[in-house]
Design a protein around this ligand. Structure first.
Ligand code: ARG
Length: 273
């Protein structure tokens, strides 16, 4: 196994207006208190972890009235300098799409617009030379064909079956070009078989890890940033030679999000995939 870290380029959005005002996934309880200042401090720590690892963090300006905009992974899919904008399933998040689109445009990416519901890197993950594309809760199956056409990577449909793991990035983490970690039970039997075929060496997470959003992790091929509560998963990753860095995003978890949800990978070109 090569354990080379790649320098990454990320887009994040400060949770200035973070709140849980509506419920569009089973984690969200609008009657439970949320500490926005604590959310900001936890998010700043995540940003610092990335900077300390040598990654570059860009920021999109948060918009009042869009409490979930902190989840930058849902802002688009960016590969080889092409940016596919998003279309949210839920009206509460619809206005985030143009805000992220405007950021990609000013940053000079080649823009593509979605024809169907497409929640960006929440559901679409580049794993080696395959695009893994989730469906079942958010991103529409019909969008997978468009992704393949735009990006030119074979798209593998992943059928999600557990509403707590509504986005692919809550059920599966890409660790490096060859390996992933995932919760088998979050996928249909057919998708589990595909995952076994594509990634025979994958790390299987436990339900306890997934329930603290442990799979919502960010790997640079060597260091894996994950929720500190996912202790079993962290131990398994260390056994495989990865360095794990635990972060506490307990406030953002009240909206169903973890480190990966807060982080959109910007892949400028083939060299910096
Ligand atoms: N409250 C947000 C939603 O339900 C959380 C999004 C988390 N993002 C992610 N990439 N999984 O849409």
């Amino acid at each position: 196994m090569t354990m080379d870290a790649t320098r990454q380029h990320f887009l994040m959005c400060r949770p200035t207006y973070f709140a849980v005002d509506y419920a569009i996934n089973p984690w969200m309880d609008p009657t439970a208190p949320v500490d926005t200042d604590l959310a900001v401090r936890q998010w700043e720590r995540l940003r610092q972890v990335y900077r300390d690892l040598g990654h570059t963090v860009e920021e999109v300006t948060p918009v009042p009235g869009l409490p979930d905009m902190v989840f930058a992974a849902n802002g688009g899919t960016v590969i080889d300098g092409k940016a596919m904008a998003v279309q949210f399933r839920d009206p509460q998040r619809a206005d985030e799409a143009p805000a992220y689109r405007a950021w990609f445009e000013q940053a000079g990416f080649e823009m593509y617009d979605p024809k169907h519901v497409n929640e960006g890197e929440g559901d679409i993950l580049l794993a080696g030379d395959h695009l893994l594309a989730g469906t079942g809760f958010r991103t529409a199956h019909a969008s997978h064909a468009q992704l393949q056409e735009v990006f030119g990577y074979p798209v593998i449909t992943m059928q999600l079956v557990d509403p707590r793991f509504y986005h692919l990035d809550t059920a599966l983490t890409v660790l490096d070009e060859r390996t992933v970690a995932y919760l088998p039970e979050a996928f249909s039997p057919g998708s589990q078989a595909v995952l076994r075929r594509l990634f025979p060496d994958a790390v299987h997470a436990t339900m306890a890890d997934a329930e603290v959003l442990g799979l919502n992790a960010v790997s640079d091929g060597r260091h894996v940033v994950l929720p500190e509560q996912a202790t079993d998963l962290a131990a398994k990753l260390r056994e495989r030679g990865y360095q794990t860095i635990g972060v506490d995003l307990s406030e953002l978890r009240k909206a169903g999000g973890g480190p990966k949800c807060c982080t959109l990978r910007l892949r400028q070109g083939k060299a910096s995939r």
